[in-house]
Design a protein around this ligand. Structure first.
Ligand SMILES: Nc1ncnc2c1ncn2[C@@H]1O[C@H](COP(=O)(O)OP(=O)(O)OP(=O)(O)O)[C@@H](O)[C@H]1O
Ligand SMILES: [Mg+2]
Length: 272
């Protein structure tokens, strides 16, 4: 029997740090909410949590409690909008012994989250940067992956390296590329095309273009005010681009619904 899931799970990841993942996760959640789609945002940065910082909240339970103790995902979830539709599963910083994920932790996450996540339209994972074992395991768990890349050469090479490792170690071959902090439309286009060409030529992987978000100083201001960009400045260029991103993602889900919904919300990829 074919198992169809309502929920779409996706990881937001990057090779290089500081490219804008956490801001994208949070504001994509808001943009999807505007489109009447509910999301659970999961902070998977076990070393440096920051979804809570962007919101100026200090949750008393977090992902580490979920992994270590008997609490359920429901006890750890923080609703961030009074009318619902957007909840956060926070992480915490500075617990070095928990920074690496092992197979037991992966099993607990799959077990405890799959049921809860099934109530939402989207489960969005905010990953730490780079190619640690933990990051790669999370990236391989979800149905889809968005690689955030900036036009900086180091961001492009690190993104390519991460795609290479995920494809060779975890058999993952589908990637959606989002260019963030593009100065112009053309710069975004060139960035995507360079990364896409490297993936095609050296890995035989065809990546999907999910568009771009403009460089916009309002993002920096919204971070300083600990207010999500879509609330802080709903009509600034980056807010408009994030809404367009949500629309493209919804269209992608429609166009690929059969293929995506047959996969479990969270699955265990074999390491090769
Ligand atoms: N579109 C944008 N325009 C201008 N600045 C941006 C944009 N996106 C992100 N930034 C800047 O980049 C900073 C880092 O963003 P963010 O914390 O979301 O990155 P990250 O990829 O989650 O970082 P980390 O790898 O440390 O988790 C923001 O505080 C903001 O100053
Ligand atoms: Mg982050």
């Amino acid at each position: 029997m074919i198992n169809q899931n309502k929920t779409l799970s996706l990881s937001i990841m990057s090779g290089k740090g500081g490219v804008g993942k956490t801001n994208i996760v949070l504001n994509l959640g808001y943009a999807l909410r505007e489109a009447e789609q509910s999301s659970m945002l999961m902070d998977c940065d076990l070393g440096l949590a920051n979804l809570d910082v962007l919101l100026g909240i200090s949750p008393d339970k977090n992902l580490q409690d979920l992994l270590q103790t008997g609490v359920s995902a429901e006890d750890v979830l923080v609703p961030i909008e009074p009318d619902g539709g957007l909840d956060i599963l926070p992480a915490t910083s500075g617990v070095p012994e928990l920074v690496e994920m092992d197979e037991d932790m992966q099993d607990i996450i799959i077990h405890k989250l799959t049921g809860m996540a099934g109530d939402y339209d989207f489960l969005i994972l905010d990953l730490g940067a780079g190619i640690s074992r933990t990051v790669l395991s999370f990236a391989a768990l979800t149905q889809l992956r968005i690689m955030v890349v900036t036009p900086e050469p180091t961001s492009m090479t690190d993104s390519y390296a991460m795609i290479k490792v995920l494809s060779s170690q975890h058999k993952v071959r589908d990637f959606l590329i989002l260019v963030n902090q593009a100065a112009t439309r053309n710069e975004a286009k060139v960035t995507f095309e360079r990364l896409a060409a490297a993936c095609k030529n050296f890995l035989d992987i065809t990546v999907t273009n999910l568009g771009y978000i403009r460089q916009d100083s309002t993002v920096i201001e919204s971070v300083r005010h600990q207010t999500p960009l879509l609330k802080f400045a709903p009509n600034c260029p980056a807010s408009k681009d994030i809404r367009a991103l949500a629309k493209r993602l919804l269209r992608y889900r429609e166009d690929n619904r059969d293929r995506i919904s047959r996969r479990p919300i969270l699955r265990d990829f074999p390491e090769m």
